[in-house]
Design a protein around this ligand. Structure first.
Ligand SMILES: [Zn+2]
Length: 330
């Protein structure tokens, strides 16, 4: 929610600077804690990539001023999954990959079996993003593919420096980012479960990265991140969604640029009990079951209609090439 909505936006506000201490990781040593590095990567790109800040600000302002009618048709996005592995366990099988695609489709279509666990006060806000995903059936050259690329690497783990996205650095080169959603699955370092690149960044690094123990629902997927929600969260970023607490640490002044998510102090963790109040947002409190919080997979249940509006704007703007694809979907 916006506590203070500026007349014009830049992309330096509302984000944690790189190197900032991750208080969530610091606070809980025992339980696995969700840790997404998308904002740190965002700040690295702001500092290093010419034109990124301007592109980001331009479509943030377009998003803010957008009053077009909501898209009615469903967008179907072809996905290529790059499995970059150093051990047999990391070389996840096709069924595990498909299990992740299935979760994406349920989550982005608001088709979740236990959605009645969304508190009643927020059920009317649940948004169907009308976005579906399928493993690519044609490679960039038009040849048949199953949409899964397997690369044996000498790298035991990858940092968030995007090395996994290039064969020259032990990873796998992306397929054209204007035609495919690229997802890399590998061992990430430092307890990071995933990170994404927001729209407007370099095509050579566009897509999302997810650690192999937090991908899909079978095989190497490990609790509490074995519900496929890490990828849902990261693809949410890829479609320009911010964290619900507004990326200002534990403060109450950050914004996710969405009006129907309550103002919230910091990230949630584990599975909180409703209501959990922060930033004077009672009686209903934090929307900790939102996909863009840090809750455990089993407790993530929804995007809001306001978030869907931002997804719509991304698919009408910087991601338009993917929403206009005419490839045949299976
Ligand atoms: Zn995130």
């Amino acid at each position: 929610m916006d506590s203070a909505r500026p007349a014009a936006r830049n992309c330096f506000t509302g984000g944690e600077a790189p190197g900032k201490v991750d208080h969530v990781t610091e606070a809980v040593a025992q339980a696995p804690v969700r840790r997404c590095e998308t904002m740190q990567v965002h700040h690295r790109l702001l500092d290093t990539v010419s034109g990124y800040a301007e592109a980001c600000a331009a479509f943030e302002n377009t998003t803010f001023h957008r009053r077009a009618a909501a898209r009615e048709e469903t967008v179907r996005i072809p996905v290529v999954v790059h499995v970059v592995w150093a051990s047999d366990e990391q070389n996840i099988n096709d069924a595990q990959v498909q299990s992740q695609i299935d979760v994406l489709n349920a989550d982005f279509r608001a088709d979740i079996a236990d959605s009645d666990r969304v508190p009643e006060v927020w059920r009317s806000l649940v948004g169907d993003a009308r976005v579906e995903f399928f493993l690519a059936t044609e490679d960039p050259a038009g040849e048949p593919t199953n949409g899964v690329i397997r690369t044996n690497t000498a790298m035991t783990a990858f940092d968030t420096d995007d090395a996994v996205k290039s064969a020259a650095t032990g990873g796998s080169d992306p397929w054209p980012a204007d035609r495919y959603l690229n997802i890399w699955v590998c061992q990430l370092t430092g307890g990071v479960v995933g990170y994404a690149q927001f729209p407007g960044g370099p095509a050579a690094t566009d897509g999302v990265v997810v650690t192999y123990t937090a991908f899909g629902t079978t095989g190497s997927a490990a609790a509490p991140f074995n519900g496929g929600r890490t990828t849902t969260h990261e693809v949410g970023h890829w479609l320009n969604l911010r964290h619900v607490w507004g990326d200002d640490g534990d403060g109450c002044h950050g914004s996710d640029f969405v009006d129907d998510t309550p103002n919230q102090a910091g990230p949630s963790r584990g599975c909180p009990t409703f209501p959990t109040v922060s930033c004077d947002n009672g009686p209903d409190g934090d929307m900790f079951m939102n996909f863009m919080d840090y809750t455990d997979d089993a407790c993530m249940l929804m995007f809001t209609q306001g978030q869907v509006e931002r997804i719509d704007a991304a698919l009408a703007g910087p991601r338009a090439s993917l929403s206009n694809l005419t490839v045949a979907a299976p």
